[in-house]
Design a protein around this ligand. Structure first.
Ligand code: PDD
Length: 286
């Protein structure tokens, strides 16, 4: 089945979808994105993603091209047309294609470019990696200072994944001034006893939509949550570690820079939080 994608008002087969070479997303990484997961053909936390998208656009002074209801409609249409049961929807909005290259922002009336496509991932909820856990390495965080804006500047995170791969690991945690900021494409957590520790929200990290939901479920389940920075050494000595994102949900981390975390197996807290997250998200999906 040929994938149907959405580009600037049209639903097209993927090979017919085109964006200008002058698009500022292409030339300057001048754009933002969202990844929303799909379970059972329904969208997980659409409202949270739509809110963060609006904030990212507003922080960069990119015009919001449509209302949330219209965005929701496109998401649903793509899920239906591509028969997605489990997977993701990728959405990208850029400052548009002004017709030439210029550092100065284009005129107000320039239409933002809007692209959405689906990624089918059968078995997303039953991921084998969640049963074994993943290994991470640490790398310096050399990204720009506004990581709370979900921009398409993903070169360094992409390089980070390659560094992890070269080291025989699955992902990288980034470290700044001695403390972990986040994973290359996820938020980072450690567990000590009944306490979940994750870095506080600031410009230094992306405000994960999965993070917000998982912390809420953790508190509801009487777990303690501490929002503060932690070091790699503290993480290596923790009982458990895990990451969260729209594409991995809650994923246990069993090794950090070659040191085993806890028993070197996914721990009970990460396991439980993953179960709760998937169950509750399915119930609330739209
Ligand atoms: N990444 N931190 C970073 C740097 C991210 O890129 C992401 C998401 C997260 C988790 O955010 P959320 O829970 O809202 O997915 C944290 C997406 C999945 C991606 O780039 O594919």
């Amino acid at each position: 089945m040929t994938r149907t994608v959405y580009v600037n008002g049209e639903y097209l087969p993927e090979h017919e979808a085109k964006v200008s070479i002058f698009d500022r997303g292409f030339l300057m990484a001048d754009g933002v994105y969202e990844v929303t997961s799909v379970l059972g053909g329904k969208l997980i936390d659409f409202e949270g993603h739509a809110k963060r998208l609006a904030r990212s656009l507003s922080e960069l002074d990119i015009r919001k091209p449509m209302e949330d209801a219209a965005l929701l409609e496109i998401h649903r249409e793509l899920v239906a047309r591509n028969e997605i049961d489990e997977g993701m929807i990728y959405l990208q909005i850029t400052r548009g294609a002004p017709g030439d290259r210029d550092f100065v922002f284009p005129p107000e009336e320039t239409e933002p470019t809007v692209v959405l496509f689906t990624q089918s991932k059968p078995g997303l909820a039953e991921s084998p990696a969640a049963k074994t856990g993943i290994k991470v390495i640490s790398i310096p965080d050399i990204r720009w200072g506004r990581r709370d804006i979900k921009t398409v500047q993903l070169l360094y995170p992409s390089m980070g994944k390659m560094m992890a791969k070269a080291a025989g690991a699955d992902d990288a945690w980034m470290v700044e001034q001695g403390a972990v900021t986040e994973g290359t494409s996820n938020n980072a957590y450690i567990v000590k006893g009944n306490t979940i520790i994750t870095r506080q929200l600031s410009h230094e990290i992306l405000h994960g939509i999965t993070r917000a939901a998982v912390l809420r479920f953790a508190r509801e389940a009487q777990m303690k949550v501490e929002e503060r920075a932690f070091t790699i050494e503290e993480a290596q000595e923790a009982d458990e570690a895990f990451i969260t994102s729209a594409s991995t949900f809650v994923m246990p981390v069993v090794e950090i820079d070659g040191a085993q975390v806890g028993q070197g197996r996914p721990g009970p807290v990460a396991h439980r939080l993953r179960e709760i997250y998937i169950e509750e998200s399915r119930k609330a999906a739209i």
